[in-house]
Design a protein around this ligand. Structure first.
Ligand code: ATP
Length: 233
Protein backbone atom coordinates (compact mmCIF):
# COMPACT_ATOMS: atom_id res chain seq x y z
CA UNK A 1 0.00 0.00 0.00
CA UNK A 2 1.29 3.44 -0.93
CA UNK A 3 1.23 5.88 2.01
CA UNK A 4 1.14 9.63 1.40
CA UNK A 5 1.33 12.03 4.34
CA UNK A 6 0.30 15.68 4.39
CA UNK A 7 0.17 18.42 7.00
CA UNK A 8 -2.93 20.28 5.90
CA UNK A 9 -5.44 19.27 3.22
CA UNK A 10 -9.03 20.15 2.46
CA UNK A 11 -10.22 16.54 2.59
CA UNK A 12 -8.29 13.27 2.48
CA UNK A 13 -11.32 11.64 0.79
CA UNK A 14 -10.96 14.10 -2.10
CA UNK A 15 -7.26 13.22 -2.53
CA UNK A 16 -8.10 9.51 -2.59
CA UNK A 17 -10.90 10.12 -5.10
CA UNK A 18 -8.54 12.06 -7.41
CA UNK A 19 -5.93 9.28 -7.14
CA UNK A 20 -8.46 6.69 -8.33
CA UNK A 21 -9.78 8.91 -11.12
CA UNK A 22 -6.20 9.42 -12.37
CA UNK A 23 -6.16 5.70 -13.13
CA UNK A 24 -3.77 4.51 -10.40
CA UNK A 25 -4.08 0.79 -9.77
CA UNK A 26 -2.27 0.31 -6.46
CA UNK A 27 -4.13 0.81 -3.16
CA UNK A 28 -3.09 3.93 -1.26
CA UNK A 29 -3.58 5.68 2.07
CA UNK A 30 -3.80 9.47 2.28
CA UNK A 31 -3.01 10.75 5.75
CA UNK A 32 -3.27 14.33 7.01
CA UNK A 33 -2.61 16.10 10.29
CA UNK A 34 -5.43 18.54 9.69
CA UNK A 35 -8.37 18.92 7.31
CA UNK A 36 -9.88 22.28 6.49
CA UNK A 37 -13.00 20.70 4.97
CA UNK A 38 -13.26 17.24 6.58
CA UNK A 39 -16.34 15.49 5.27
CA UNK A 40 -19.05 13.65 7.18
CA UNK A 41 -22.19 12.00 5.95
CA UNK A 42 -25.06 14.05 4.46
CA UNK A 43 -22.79 17.07 3.87
CA UNK A 44 -21.76 17.29 7.52
CA UNK A 45 -18.35 18.39 8.72
CA UNK A 46 -15.73 16.27 10.47
CA UNK A 47 -13.67 18.34 12.88
CA UNK A 48 -10.15 17.56 14.09
CA UNK A 49 -7.47 18.91 16.36
CA UNK A 50 -4.27 19.25 14.29
CA UNK A 51 -1.83 16.42 14.97
CA UNK A 52 -4.09 14.75 17.54
CA UNK A 53 -6.53 13.00 15.23
CA UNK A 54 -6.03 10.19 12.76
CA UNK A 55 -7.34 11.39 9.42
CA UNK A 56 -6.87 8.80 6.71
CA UNK A 57 -8.60 7.92 3.47
CA UNK A 58 -7.96 4.63 1.74
CA UNK A 59 -8.14 4.49 -2.04
CA UNK A 60 -9.01 1.03 -3.32
CA UNK A 61 -9.00 1.11 -7.12
CA UNK A 62 -11.02 -1.48 -9.03
CA UNK A 63 -14.60 -2.60 -9.27
CA UNK A 64 -14.51 -5.46 -6.76
CA UNK A 65 -16.10 -3.51 -3.92
CA UNK A 66 -19.48 -2.96 -5.43
CA UNK A 67 -20.94 -2.06 -2.04
CA UNK A 68 -19.14 0.95 -0.50
CA UNK A 69 -21.48 1.20 2.53
CA UNK A 70 -20.63 -2.38 3.53
CA UNK A 71 -16.94 -1.45 3.41
CA UNK A 72 -17.81 1.47 5.69
CA UNK A 73 -19.41 -0.87 8.23
CA UNK A 74 -16.38 -3.16 8.02
CA UNK A 75 -14.02 -0.25 8.63
CA UNK A 76 -15.93 0.66 11.80
CA UNK A 77 -15.27 -2.92 12.96
CA UNK A 78 -11.55 -2.60 12.08
CA UNK A 79 -11.37 0.50 14.31
CA UNK A 80 -13.09 -1.53 17.03
CA UNK A 81 -10.60 -4.40 16.61
CA UNK A 82 -7.82 -1.92 17.24
CA UNK A 83 -9.61 -0.66 20.39
CA UNK A 84 -9.84 -4.29 21.57
CA UNK A 85 -6.04 -4.48 21.49
CA UNK A 86 -5.68 -1.69 24.08
CA UNK A 87 -8.29 -2.70 25.38
CA UNK A 88 -11.04 -0.08 25.34
CA UNK A 89 -14.73 -1.11 25.16
CA UNK A 90 -16.53 0.02 22.01
CA UNK A 91 -19.81 -0.15 20.18
CA UNK A 92 -21.06 0.64 16.70
CA UNK A 93 -23.69 3.13 15.68
CA UNK A 94 -25.25 2.35 12.35
CA UNK A 95 -24.19 3.16 9.72
CA UNK A 96 -20.81 4.78 10.17
CA UNK A 97 -19.72 5.53 13.73
CA UNK A 98 -17.70 3.92 16.49
CA UNK A 99 -18.62 4.90 20.05
CA UNK A 100 -16.93 4.50 23.41
CA UNK A 101 -19.43 4.56 26.28
CA UNK A 102 -22.02 6.14 24.01
CA UNK A 103 -19.71 8.88 22.76
CA UNK A 104 -18.43 9.14 19.22
CA UNK A 105 -14.73 8.34 18.78
CA UNK A 106 -14.65 7.68 15.04
CA UNK A 107 -16.61 8.49 11.91
CA UNK A 108 -16.23 6.56 8.66
CA UNK A 109 -17.08 7.89 5.21
CA UNK A 110 -17.11 5.40 2.31
CA UNK A 111 -17.64 6.74 -1.20
CA UNK A 112 -18.02 4.85 -4.46
CA UNK A 113 -16.00 6.43 -7.28
CA UNK A 114 -17.77 6.31 -10.63
CA UNK A 115 -16.56 6.91 -14.17
CA UNK A 116 -18.60 4.97 -16.72
CA UNK A 117 -19.21 2.46 -13.89
CA UNK A 118 -17.60 1.88 -10.52
CA UNK A 119 -13.81 2.39 -10.72
CA UNK A 120 -12.95 2.25 -7.04
CA UNK A 121 -13.90 2.94 -3.46
CA UNK A 122 -12.64 5.48 -0.98
CA UNK A 123 -13.00 4.90 2.75
CA UNK A 124 -12.26 7.85 4.99
CA UNK A 125 -11.65 7.47 8.72
CA UNK A 126 -11.64 10.25 11.29
CA UNK A 127 -10.47 8.86 14.62
CA UNK A 128 -10.09 10.96 17.77
CA UNK A 129 -6.83 9.54 19.07
CA UNK A 130 -5.45 12.21 21.43
CA UNK A 131 -8.14 14.86 20.98
CA UNK A 132 -9.12 16.96 23.99
CA UNK A 133 -11.53 19.32 22.24
CA UNK A 134 -14.71 18.21 20.53
CA UNK A 135 -17.48 19.86 18.51
CA UNK A 136 -20.09 21.49 20.78
CA UNK A 137 -23.08 19.86 19.12
CA UNK A 138 -22.02 16.28 19.73
CA UNK A 139 -21.22 13.74 22.41
CA UNK A 140 -17.65 12.83 21.53
CA UNK A 141 -14.58 11.33 23.13
CA UNK A 142 -11.03 10.27 22.23
CA UNK A 143 -9.01 7.10 22.75
CA UNK A 144 -6.78 9.10 25.09
CA UNK A 145 -9.74 9.98 27.33
CA UNK A 146 -10.94 6.38 27.44
CA UNK A 147 -7.54 4.72 27.73
CA UNK A 148 -5.98 7.26 30.09
CA UNK A 149 -2.86 8.02 28.07
CA UNK A 150 -1.86 9.48 24.75
CA UNK A 151 -0.94 7.11 21.91
CA UNK A 152 0.97 7.60 18.66
CA UNK A 153 -1.49 8.31 15.86
CA UNK A 154 0.54 5.87 13.71
CA UNK A 155 -0.56 2.94 15.88
CA UNK A 156 -4.20 2.73 14.74
CA UNK A 157 -3.04 3.81 11.27
CA UNK A 158 -0.79 0.75 10.96
CA UNK A 159 -3.58 -1.56 12.13
CA UNK A 160 -6.03 -0.10 9.61
CA UNK A 161 -3.48 -0.39 6.78
CA UNK A 162 -2.97 -4.05 7.69
CA UNK A 163 -6.74 -4.74 7.54
CA UNK A 164 -7.29 -2.66 4.41
CA UNK A 165 -4.56 -4.59 2.60
CA UNK A 166 -6.46 -7.76 3.47
CA UNK A 167 -9.61 -6.21 2.04
CA UNK A 168 -7.73 -5.42 -1.16
CA UNK A 169 -6.38 -8.97 -1.34
CA UNK A 170 -9.95 -10.22 -0.81
CA UNK A 171 -9.09 -12.37 2.16
CA UNK A 172 -11.59 -10.71 4.48
CA UNK A 173 -14.77 -12.49 5.53
CA UNK A 174 -17.42 -9.78 5.34
CA UNK A 175 -20.16 -11.93 6.83
CA UNK A 176 -18.08 -12.44 9.96
CA UNK A 177 -17.35 -8.71 10.15
CA UNK A 178 -21.04 -7.87 9.69
CA UNK A 179 -21.86 -10.26 12.55
CA UNK A 180 -19.41 -8.34 14.75
CA UNK A 181 -20.94 -5.00 13.68
CA UNK A 182 -24.39 -6.30 14.68
CA UNK A 183 -23.12 -7.72 17.94
CA UNK A 184 -21.58 -4.36 18.82
CA UNK A 185 -24.65 -2.37 17.72
CA UNK A 186 -26.15 -1.72 21.12
CA UNK A 187 -29.37 -0.27 19.69
CA UNK A 188 -30.34 -3.61 18.13
CA UNK A 189 -33.76 -4.63 19.41
CA UNK A 190 -34.32 -1.23 20.95
CA UNK A 191 -36.58 1.69 20.11
CA UNK A 192 -34.84 4.29 18.02
CA UNK A 193 -35.67 7.73 16.79
CA UNK A 194 -34.87 8.14 13.15
CA UNK A 195 -34.51 11.48 11.43
CA UNK A 196 -34.51 12.13 7.70
CA UNK A 197 -34.74 15.68 6.37
CA UNK A 198 -37.15 17.22 8.87
CA UNK A 199 -39.15 14.10 9.60
CA UNK A 200 -38.76 12.06 12.77
CA UNK A 201 -40.07 8.51 13.25
CA UNK A 202 -39.77 5.85 15.88
CA UNK A 203 -38.96 2.23 15.21
CA UNK A 204 -37.22 -0.79 16.61
CA UNK A 205 -33.95 -1.91 15.04
CA UNK A 206 -34.54 -5.51 13.95
CA UNK A 207 -31.58 -6.44 11.77
CA UNK A 208 -28.79 -5.29 9.47
CA UNK A 209 -28.92 -6.95 6.06
CA UNK A 210 -25.98 -8.39 4.15
CA UNK A 211 -25.68 -5.23 2.07
CA UNK A 212 -25.46 -3.11 5.24
CA UNK A 213 -29.03 -1.72 5.25
CA UNK A 214 -30.82 -1.35 8.55
CA UNK A 215 -34.24 -2.96 9.04
CA UNK A 216 -36.59 -1.10 11.34
CA UNK A 217 -39.92 -2.27 12.64
CA UNK A 218 -42.23 0.72 12.51
CA UNK A 219 -45.56 -0.14 14.08
CA UNK A 220 -45.50 -3.63 12.63
CA UNK A 221 -44.22 -2.56 9.21
CA UNK A 222 -40.65 -3.49 8.27
CA UNK A 223 -38.76 -0.63 6.64
CA UNK A 224 -35.34 -0.97 5.01
CA UNK A 225 -33.04 2.01 5.41
CA UNK A 226 -29.99 2.53 3.24
CA UNK A 227 -26.82 4.39 3.99
CA UNK A 228 -27.13 8.15 3.76
CA UNK A 229 -30.85 8.31 4.39
CA UNK A 230 -31.22 8.75 8.10
CA UNK A 231 -29.66 9.77 11.39
CA UNK A 232 -30.32 7.67 14.49
CA UNK A 233 -31.07 9.57 17.67
P1 ATP B 1 -24.76 11.24 13.66
O1 ATP B 1 -23.59 11.05 14.56
O2 ATP B 1 -25.67 12.30 14.11
O3 ATP B 1 -25.42 9.96 13.28
P2 ATP B 1 -23.50 11.10 11.18
O4 ATP B 1 -23.09 9.74 11.53
O5 ATP B 1 -24.33 11.25 9.99
O6 ATP B 1 -24.22 11.81 12.36
P3 ATP B 1 -20.84 11.77 10.53
O7 ATP B 1 -20.90 11.87 9.08
O8 ATP B 1 -20.25 10.55 11.13
O9 ATP B 1 -22.27 12.06 11.11
O10 ATP B 1 -20.02 12.96 11.13
C1 ATP B 1 -20.43 14.29 11.16
C2 ATP B 1 -20.96 14.66 12.53
O11 ATP B 1 -20.10 14.18 13.55
C3 ATP B 1 -21.00 16.17 12.73
O12 ATP B 1 -22.26 16.65 12.42
C4 ATP B 1 -20.64 16.37 14.20
O13 ATP B 1 -21.82 16.37 14.97
C5 ATP B 1 -19.88 15.13 14.57
N1 ATP B 1 -18.42 15.34 14.62
C6 ATP B 1 -17.63 16.12 13.85
N2 ATP B 1 -16.35 15.99 14.17
C7 ATP B 1 -16.28 15.08 15.18
C8 ATP B 1 -15.23 14.52 15.93
N3 ATP B 1 -13.97 14.84 15.74
N4 ATP B 1 -15.56 13.61 16.88
C9 ATP B 1 -16.83 13.25 17.10
N5 ATP B 1 -17.87 13.75 16.43
C10 ATP B 1 -17.61 14.66 15.47
Amino acid sequence: MRIQKFEVVESTNDLARKYILEGNKEPAAFVAEHQTRGKGRLGRVWEDEPGKSLLVSFALPGSTYSNPPLLGLATAVFVGEYLDLLPVPWETKWPNDVLIEGKKVAGILPEGIWQDGLVGVVVGVGLNVNQDEFPDDTEATSIKHAFGQALPVEQPLMYLIYRMEQVYEQIVDFSEILATFKDKFKSMGKKLRVRSNDQVWEGTAVDIEEDGSLILNMEGKLVTLGWGEVTLR
